[in-house]
Design a protein around this ligand. Sequence first.
Ligand code: ADP
Ligand code: MG
Length: 204
Amino acid sequence: ARRLAGRLRFACLPTPATLEDFDYDAGSGVDRHLIEDLATGRYLESATNILMIGPPGVGKTHLAVGLARKAAESGYRTYVTTAADLAARCHRAAIEGRWATTMRFYAGPTCLVIDELGYLPLPAEGASALFQVIATRYTKSSTILTTNRPITSWGEVLGDTTVAAALLDRLLHRSVVLDIGGDSYRLRDHHARTHALRAAANHV
Ligand code: ADP
Ligand code: MG
């Protein structure tokens, strides 16, 4: 139990989201059977990557964190970060002469989640750090990456079409791609609240 607590602490899960409280009927078109299969952790044994693509609010982070939690609970070393955070950390590491140590750190987890690629533009150096992390983990351990940008625009996201192509080559070589659509869960909530407020106002 202590080891489990340690693993969960190390994982840095940003939210309490679990796969169990994911609502498959919310209209995002996520295949329950696929997620249940991923929840077994078999993909980790074959170093299969997971790419989640979709607009904001459709549950990408929820699913990624849920899978990360499952992985940690199943005994796998797990770590969750964002693309921006990874880039910033690698930037500091380069300045402080800790590049190799930092690359070893990102190579370590059996399950690494890199959330939110594409929200913030990555500087060239950040894109190459991301590429190096993906390349180091290639065929050895699984990376779960989420993005709001279709892969056709990753040249823009990474500021370099060659780096984008090389990264996608490694990432997709053995991978599951989840194209998540539908309405934003956040907006849906927001719409519901706005609706309720309006209804209340009309009754005054
Ligand atoms: P994204 O990462 O795709 O922008 P999030 O995973 O952060 O979206 O989802 C936004 C919020 O809505 C979170 O609080 C998340 O838990 C919730 N959410 C999104 N989709 C679902 C769903 N299908 N079932 C339950 N909660 C959801
Ligand atoms: Mg998110």
